[in-house]
Ligand binder design. Structure first.
Ligand SMILES: [Zn+2]
Length: 271
């Protein structure tokens, strides 16, 4: 359980710091009961801070304890990468591909291995349309406090399904819900894999997610060159995202944007 390591290290450092400061603030405890009380208080405050810190770190978009992490690429070129999480579902895959095609766009689809494999027709449709395929794990678990063996299973079985569908491009990885602490980044770092997060997630914002107009306006108002946009279009409940997709493409194309895959975006780094 690798995720315990950073929490323990932070806890020890924090405990020492808290102990030092309480002595500076209040002086020596004087009696044993008072010392015990102070120690308990320090431990409780420390645990609360460590828990909060680990929680924030596990969902931080721009910080990771190991391995390469990308949320956005700095570039002057007006390009964005449209990324689609979960699925692919047969009910929606072809229409999403057709919509992208109409705007000369390629997307990056972070597929769930289990969904992609049963049956693999939707994944094959994505591959033959020339879309980029990313790995979103086999069963969409929270990659927290998870063993290296379990992570390997999640990642490698999904890779195998993607390759069996005929995909030969690079396979970047996106942890489910963006959640990771040390276990997942450690595994991905050891295997030279890139973690790809996102810089805009319009359909995760309450009040916007169910309104196609609001989704389009939000993206248009907030987009910057090199952004990675996350949309969920593979669930029945996400009709607003599907309705917004052609209009987002239309609006950004009108603003001079081109639509590239994540790998094409990554290739612009340092240029
Ligand atoms: Zn997901």
């Amino acid at each position: 359980m690798l995720d315990v390591v950073p929490a323990l290290l932070i806890a020890v450092a924090l405990g020492a710091a808290l102990w030092f400061f309480q002595r500076r603030l209040f002086g020596p405890a004087g009696s044993r009961p008072r010392a015990a009380l102070r120690l308990t208080a320090v431990i409780l405050v420390g645990l609360a801070l460590v828990g909060y810190g680990a929680f924030r770190l596990s969902k931080a978009r721009g910080v990771q304890l190991a391995g390469e992490l990308v949320t956005h690429v700095d570039t002057d070129e007006k390009v964005v990468a449209l990324t689609f999480d979960d699925g692919p579902q047969p009910a929606y895959t072809q229409s999403v591909v057709d919509t992208l095609e109409a705007y000369d766009a390629k997307g990056t689809f972070f597929v769930i291995g289990n969904d992609a494999a049963t049956p693999p027709d939707s994944l094959r449709a994505l591959v033959s349309a020339g879309e980029e395929i990313g790995n979103h794990t086999w069963s969409h678990p929270r990659l927290l406090a998870i063993s290296q063996g379990a992570i390997a299973q999640e990642i490698e079985t999904t890779d195998a399904v993607i390759r069996e569908a005929g995909y030969s491009g690079p396979i970047v990885v996106r942890p489910p819900n963006g959640k990771r602490l040390l276990a997942a980044p450690w595994y991905l770092w050891r295997h030279g894999r890139t973690t790809v997060m996102w810089s805009l997630e319009p359909d995760s914002i309450p009040g916007i997610a169910d309104d196609p107009d609001a989704l389009v306006t939000y993206v248009r108002d907030n987009v910057r060159p090199g952004d990675i946009i996350l949309l969920h279009v593979m669930y029945e409940s996400r009709s607003a995202s599907r309705a917004a997709l052609p209009r987002i493409l239309e609006a950004l194309a009108a603003d001079g944007y081109r639509f590239v895959t994540v790998s094409q975006l990554l290739a612009l780094r340092g240029r």
